[in-house]
Design a protein around this ligand. Structure first.
Ligand code: 5AD
Length: 421
């Protein structure tokens, strides 16, 4: 989402006569686009700002801005910690960037933190790097109110872009040479533009002339409707891969998180998905050590992960965020050392599962979109399978942007290795 928002900011600033430079040392203006989801994301930004301030002290006219969720979240605290920042701007204020830069150039710091439910940036063309995969924001904000989550407070209420505008965007992206379109939204599958739901959007985008692959992230389990599952099952362009955040395997914890589903319901959804789309790859997000999580609750998460066997998982220690519902009404009572132990246990479990699932892929043939040279070996390409697994293979005659069949002959927990057949 932040990559996509940075492309949007580049679009706005290009319209006003600015241009992006390829090296940070050549920039007169540096905007950090930030995340507030966990405390360590914010800590990283402060460290980066301090580093940039060394340069600002040397070159008085360098402009430093903080944009995005952390700007929205920390406001005054940020200005106290980094008083040299010239510009602070939340996710609904990017339209003011040119004006803000003018104000700053005249010596006035700028604060733009109004959230605006009507702001969807529908008329702004983002500036994307040439490539294979294009991110397309189809929805902004979030209405879910999970108690651990800061997003609704820093990104405002949910709003969807009109279907016709999005299919036109996709046609343009295909004409520019993009092969894979990734639809983005905080709860992407709650998309509704007043007339069309997410399943209809998936069909319409997949049917745009020349689209090779469509993915989306991140869906909410409560919005995994039959309309969405039908499109995933029956539409060849829609990749058979789903990132479906579980968060916890304990129903009482899920209730305190206000996830609106039980562990059993989640498990049933997984069974249904696997029945309808047998080759589907599933990944998830897990939080350990949420308020009141007992050892028994944690073991339920561990057991459900072992039962479901996700292809991969992002796993986090609960991080208490000021302003969230949990911060106001629940106690962050699991000791840090215990959070760390629980996290390590599920990381270990998931590594084994991912490695086993990848081992099972040996001998099969996967359809892989060629993305570029392998990082380790210029004689090899890397690309992603339909199921979003990184695959490495000798170049043969393939070109970047081709979709090729790769026979897998070995694997690690995170990579498939093979050759084009
Ligand atoms: N603490 C830890 N992890 C969090 N996430 C969201 N908020 C928090 C928090 N306060 C995780 C969730 C979400 C992912 C994007 O980040 O797992 O799905």
């Amino acid at each position: 989402m932040n990559v996509s928002d940075s492309e949007l900011m580049a679009g706005i600033l290009t319209q006003s006569g600015h241009r992006t430079v390829s090296h940070i040392d050549d920039a007169d203006v540096i905007l950090l686009n930030t995340c507030a989801i966990r405390e360590n994301a914010e800590t990283k930004v402060i460290n980066r700002l301090e580093h940039l301030n060394h340069r600002k002290r040397r070159e008085g006219n360098l402009i430093i801005g903080v944009c995005g969720c952390m700007a929205q979240h920390l406001r005054d605290k940020l200005l106290k910690a980094a008083p040299y920042v010239d510009l602070v701007m939340g996710p609904d204020a990017y339209r003011n960037l040119p004006m803000a830069l003018n104000a700053v150039a005249n010596g006035d710091p700028f604060l733009g933190l109004q959230l605006d439910k009507s702001e969807d940036y529908a008329d702004i063309a983002p500036i994307r790097k040439e490539g294979i995969r294009a991110w397309l924001t189809i929805q902004r904000g979030c209405d879910k109110m999970c108690t651990f989550c800061i997003v609704p407070f820093v990104r405002g209420r949910e709003r969807s872009l009109p279907l016709k505008l999005l299919t036109d965007d996709v046609q343009r992206l295909v004409d520019e040479g993009f092969k894979e379109i990734v639809l983005l939204g905080q709860t992407v599958n709650s998309y509704h533009d007043g007339q069309h739901d997410f399943g209809e959007l998936l069909w319409s985008i997949a049917e745009v002339d020349g689209v090779e692959r469509v993915r989306f992230t991140s869906p909410h389990p409560a919005d995994a409707t039959d309309s969405m599952i039908d499109a995933m099952e029956n539409c060849p362009q829609v990749c058979k891969q789903l990132h479906l955040p579980l968060q916890s395997g304990s129903t009482p914890v899920l209730e305190r998180m206000r996830r609106t589903y039980t562990a059993e319901e989640y498990n049933e959804l997984v069974s249904k998905l696997r029945e309808r789309i047998p080759q589907i790859a599933l990944s998830t997000d897990i939080i350990v050590g949420f308020c009141g999580e007992t050892e028994a609750d944690f073991m339920q998460t561990y057991q459900l992960m072992a039962d479901i066997r996700f292809d991969s998982a992002f796993m986090f220690k609960y991080s208490d965020r000021e302003g969230t519902l949990a911060n106001k009404s629940l106690e962050d009572d699991v000791p840090e050392s215990e959070k760390a132990r629980r996290l390590n246990e599920i990381i270990k479990l998931q590594e084994e599962i991912s490695a086993n699932i990848n081992q099972d892929a040996i001998g099969t043939t996967a359809s892989v979109l060629v993305e570029g040279d392998s990082r380790r070996d210029a004689e090899q390409y890397h690309g992603k399978t339909d199921t979003f697994k990184t695959t490495v293979f000798p170049k043969e005659n393939a070109q970047v942007g081709d979709i090729v069949n790769v026979e897998i002959h070995s694997a690690t927990a995170h990579t498939l290795i093979g050759e084009i057949v």
